[in-house]
Design a binder for this molecule. Sequence first.
Ligand code: GBH
Length: 480
Amino acid sequence: KTELPPISHTMFPEGFIFGAATAAYQVEGGWNADGKGPNIWDNITHERPSFVANNNNGDVAADSYHRYKEDVQLLENIGFQMYRFSVSWARILPNGRINNVNKAGIDYYMNLIDELLAKGIQPMVTIYHWDLPQDLENIGGWTNPEIVTIFEDFADLVFRTYGDKVKWWITINEPYMVTKGYGADSFAPAAYLDLHGIVEYQVGRNLLLAHAKAYRLYQKKYSQQKGKLSMAFTGIFSIPKTDSQEDIAAAERTYQLTFGWFSHPVFVGDYPQEMKNRIEQLSRQEGRNTSRLPPFTQDEIDEIRGSADFYGLNHYSTVFVAEGTDQSSSDPKPSAMSDIGVTTSVDPRWPTGASVWLKVVPQGIRLNVKKICEEYCNPDIIITENGYDDDGSKFTDDPERIYYLETYYAELRQTIYTDGCNLKGHISWSLLDIFEWRDGYTKRFGLVHVDYNNSNRTRTMKKSAYWLKNYIEMHKIYYK
Ligand code: GBH
């Protein structure tokens, strides 16, 4: 009798969800179609074209506003069970406020959702993926505390309109990265540059409150829809450069001041103690009377605590950290970045994506998931983004992406079978080659190639898409 190896060597457990993701500004185009209002990415790419590589912008992008049926067909062809996409706030509310609803925008997402459901694909809807309506930025954007209820109103409309059909929600994509649009010149709106070190924490505070308001509203008004809500958390996942106590502590501090900044208030309550202590102490050294990290009231702590039904994790890569601020870094002081006080590095042997920051470190994703189980009492976890970028020079020939998926999946299976974590699904970033923010179209994250020189934006499955199709199919056959 032949002994078969355990399925943990090759497969995820029954019911594991495979999905793919995109975000509105990165794929839709139709930037001013049918009554859509301008958002901060429309604004910055038009006002300051050199902000993005090759002066690219998302005016047309992959043209998913007109070609969403092709996208859904691709999802079905590959065999995905879930599609995570975001709604463009200014497409639904051209001015960001609910007193002016754009019917064409409402219809677009309704059609997309219906198309998905007709093919048995579950939508996961991100309410905010970085494309704030410009009119809201003009009153201070995420720095303005009014944004909390303005976001709640938008979320209310979205739940009311789509909630019968949508059972998975991400309120805000990567609040950590959203803070980087303020006090730093790295993402739109690239505003309030002189307030670095202060504005990031004000923005972070408003993001957490906005998320919690939307979550509580859903509980109160829409719980009969039986959906699951979370944020998509991210940060800098790091491992200590050496086994010295200092470097071990530096890695823990990096975790708490990036991932912990947003996950700890949601899963435990309030900011991590280490984060509060650190910024308080630095603020005092700078001669301030109060911490640059504004505190929550007890009511706010209670409102935010417990505001997630699962942990959404966006994970791509890992770095080494060593104790002590990087003297060669260009981060302004103070800033949320320099507050961490570590120096990052990578192992030169790690394979790399087209983006220099995207090193292939499969063991990192296992450690990241394990950290979540330990830190936050074993919540259900979904990898809401994970993927690899190429530079497009080999068209659909992408063995590196297959290697990335294979090695990361192997580690993810260990988080389930060996570490006992409640990992429920994996969502690939991205279905398509997308507008990669400041890198424009020079970095390609797609399982599916998009021809940006062709006005049809021709979509062609890469080898990795075929690999994944077979891999998902194997699960469907085995568990039938
Ligand atoms: C995700 O963010 C986003 O949700 C998604 O929209 C994006 O397309 C995807 O990642 C790929 O980047 O130059 O060292 O400062 C992940 C956050 C933002 C991480 C850009 C890397 C640049 C690192 N990514 N960031 S660095």
